[in-house]
Design a binder for this molecule. Structure first.
Ligand SMILES: *[C@@H]1O[C@H](CO)[C@@H](O)[C@H](O)[C@H]1NC(C)=O
Ligand SMILES: *[C@@H]1O[C@H](CO)[C@@H](O)[C@H](O)[C@H]1NC(C)=O
Ligand SMILES: *[C@@H]1O[C@H](CO)[C@@H](O)[C@H](O)[C@H]1NC(C)=O
Ligand SMILES: *[C@@H]1O[C@H](CO)[C@@H](O)[C@H](O)[C@H]1NC(C)=O
Length: 592
């Protein structure tokens, strides 16, 4: 008998209207989880502390806990297996089912919605069931946390762009699952995996997949180990290097196994950079970054008889640098509302341990018969529940705060540095920017005492929709003749697309700290841009007091729009500080 899960519903009308009746071998016609994703995300929000947990035969061992371990959970299942694809082919979630679920959750009285769902490409709010449902939730002051999506590293890929949502990117933690490759020439190459299988301690013949494919596999995909592509005669007993792209990571390992390969090295393609997703492969395996994949390829080409060994994987703590942004984390600029900087924030989403459904296997592949209580997964699906949990804790500490105030506290208190005291980087080691991490990595403890918050009401969002040219999402609301400019939505960050001349934005901060405080502004303007904040000092003599200021943004004297690359964004910051609290906002500006 569990008092952890206090409600569970399912929504399938939209799915069945499209696909017909659910195939009961693919999923349960009930809220029960046959996939694992919902178990993973909900335990990350609210799972209670469990001692002596590990995944897949000993990885990441320790005490596991959800972010808000005393929270109660209500489950709303809206995603279902796609017919004709294996479970690993993913799920689909229909807008009407999601909207129905959110409306029921609101009626049930939830405090926070954690929605690890997004669209592959950005869609307008009037077609976006999550955006519409989230706006209904905001009316009742429910915090809505959503994933930014896994369509990075390309720009303009983020989903859940609405300003009434907290949009969350994904970054690494300081834990690795180290499984080096040792080449025949003695060179050792770092790799990662959570496969429990290991090789006998000796060198094995090493080949690149393209050398052991069937003869009819086209060159352009011959290194990718797609199903059926490898020749068992050529691959048997060897360690096979496959490259990422076209097909799942685990599926490539399955193909090596099918062809009788003894070990599997998964090499990143260029777009994946240095980010290594630790997978639970079904044979001895490891994953290496792009540069190392090239090194191994080079060795295979130059050695007479290339050989390698993959060392047994082990958990390593204290990895540096951490956090860095996951390459898959979807990025701004915000194509639906260019005046709103998104994502808002980043949180752990790379190689995260959480609970798993025993009705699914850790890889979800039909060939995988393992049953596990915990699994390690990557995605903005994993980072979203971290921030949802932090929001639940903030709501418990500050029951009177609006959902905008909670989001503001999280955004303005986020951290920018990694554990090497440098700016957070992307997966290839280059400095990351606010279109990847928003205001930075979340710091829930600091968010509990943010000093100032940027508040906003339901009506403010409707006014924003009026002036930003979006369709109305509330037919009972009539847009006034002169709605405030969308840049004036009281958001804790600032985005100015296509600057031509100067733009002024008004912001209002509410003092949620001590009764007597003085805040000074400091600005780090985007290169080539001048930023003036007026007034530069704000005096507060009571809690709850509001003060407004204006930010004026224009091109630097002597700089013309021509000298800055068109449509390329430059980033800066403005920070209010009273000596104790640093209330920091990112800004992004592009020129016309
Ligand atoms: C249901 O799914 C299973 C597994 O994919 C498949 O074998 C079966 O043919 C499907 N049944 C129907 C009625 O489509
Ligand atoms: C590879 O080439 C074939 C034909 O040569 C083409 O049909 C296919 O789309 C190509 N695949 C990729 C991934 O470029
Ligand atoms: C394979 O990947 C390439 C890029 O890596 C992409 O352009 C192509 O569409 C993919 N092909 C398939 C069949 O998924
Ligand atoms: C910038 O503003 C000026 C003056 O209003 C106008 O003539 C010009 O066309 C604008 N440029 C762009 C690229 O919008």
């Amino acid at each position: 008998f569990s008092r952890k899960i206090i409600g569970a519903r399912y929504y399938i009308k939209g799915y069945e209207a499209y696909y017909g009746p659910l195939n009961r071998t693919l999923d349960y016609l009930s809220p029960r989880d046959m996939d694992g994703h919902g178990t993973h995300t909900s335990s990350t929000v609210g799972g209670r502390r469990v001692n002596s947990v590990s995944a897949l035969g000993g990885f990441a061992s320790g005490t596991a806990s959800g972010g808000a371990p005393l929270a109660r959970l209500a489950i709303y299942k809206v995603c279902w297996a796609i017919p004709g694809q294996g479970k690993e082919g993913g799920n689909t979630c229909f807008e009407e089912d999601m909207l129905a679920a959110i409306d029921d959750a609101i009626a049930d009285g939830v405090d926070v919605l954690s929605i690890s769902i997004g669209t592959r490409v950005p869609v307008g709010y009037d077609e976006d069931g999550i955006a519409i449902g989230a706006l209904h939730a905001i009316k009742k002051n429910i915090v809505v946390a959503c994933s930014a999506g896994n369509s990075g590293p390309a720009p303009s890929t983020l989903s859940n762009p609405a300003p009434w949502i907290i949009t969350i990117g994904a970054s690494s933690v300081d834990r690795k699952f180290s499984a080096p490759v040792v080449l025949g020439n003695g060179v050792k190459i770092m790799g990662q995996t959570v496969t429990p299988y290991k090789l006998e301690k000796k060198l094995y013949p090493l080949v690149y997949a393209a050398q052991v494919t069937n003869s009819d596999v086209p060159n352009n995909i011959s290194g990718q180990c797609l199903p059926g592509s490898l020749s068992p005669e050529k691959a048997k007993g060897k360690i096979v290097l496959c490259l990422r792209g076209n097909g799942t990571r685990v599926g490539k390992g399955m193909e090596v196994k099918r062809a009788g390969g003894i070990g599997f090295i998964l090499g990143n393609s260029k777009a994946n950079g240095d980010e290594l997703a630790a997978d639970a492969h079904l044979l001895p395996a490891t994953a290496v970054n792009y540069g190392d994949a090239l090194k191994i390829l080079n060795y295979i080409e130059s050695a007479k008889a290339p050989k390698a060994h993959i060392e047994r994987a082990k958990t390593v703590l204290g990895a540096q640098p951490a956090p860095f942004m996951a390459a898959f984390s979807s990025r701004g600029p915000n194509t639906i509302s260019p005046d709103i900087l998104k994502p808002d924030i980043t949180a752990p989403g790379l190689n995260i341990l959480a609970a798993w459904s025993e009705a699914s296997s850790p890889t979800k592949m039909a060939e995988d018969h393992r049953v596990v209580k915990y699994n390690i997964l990557s995605g903005t699906s994993m980072s979203c529940p971290h921030v949802a949990a932090a929001s639940a804790l903030l709501k418990a500490i500050h029951p009177s705060w609006s959902s905008a105030a909670i989001r503001s506290a999280l955004i303005t208190s986020a951290g920018l540095n990694n554990n090497e005291h440098n700016l957070i980087t992307d997966a290839s080691g280059n400095s990351a920017d606010p279109f990847q991490f928003g205001s930075g990595h979340f710091r829930p403890t600091k968010a509990a005492d943010p000093g100032l918050v940027y508040d906003a009401s339901y009506k403010d969002y409707l006014l924003f929709l009026c002036s930003s040219g979006s369709k109305s999402l509330d037919s009972s609301f009539k847009c006034p003749k002169n709605s405030p400019s969308p840049v004036n939505l009281n958001y804790p960050s600032l985005a100015i697309p296509k600057l031509n001349g100067s733009v002024s934005a008004i912001r209002t901060v509410t003092n949620v700290g001590g009764s007597n405080s003085v805040y000074f502004v400091s600005v780090k303007p985007p290169p080539g841009i001048s930023v003036k904040v007026s007034p530069p000092i704000l005096f507060f003599n009571r809690a709850g007091q509001k003060k407004s200021f204006t930010i004026t943004v224009k091109l630097d004297n002597g700089i013309t729009a021509d000298s800055i690359e068109k449509d390329k964004y430059a980033f800066g910051w403005y920070t209010w500080s009273d000596g104790i609290h640093n209330v920091r906002s990112p800004m992004a500006v592009s020129v016309a």
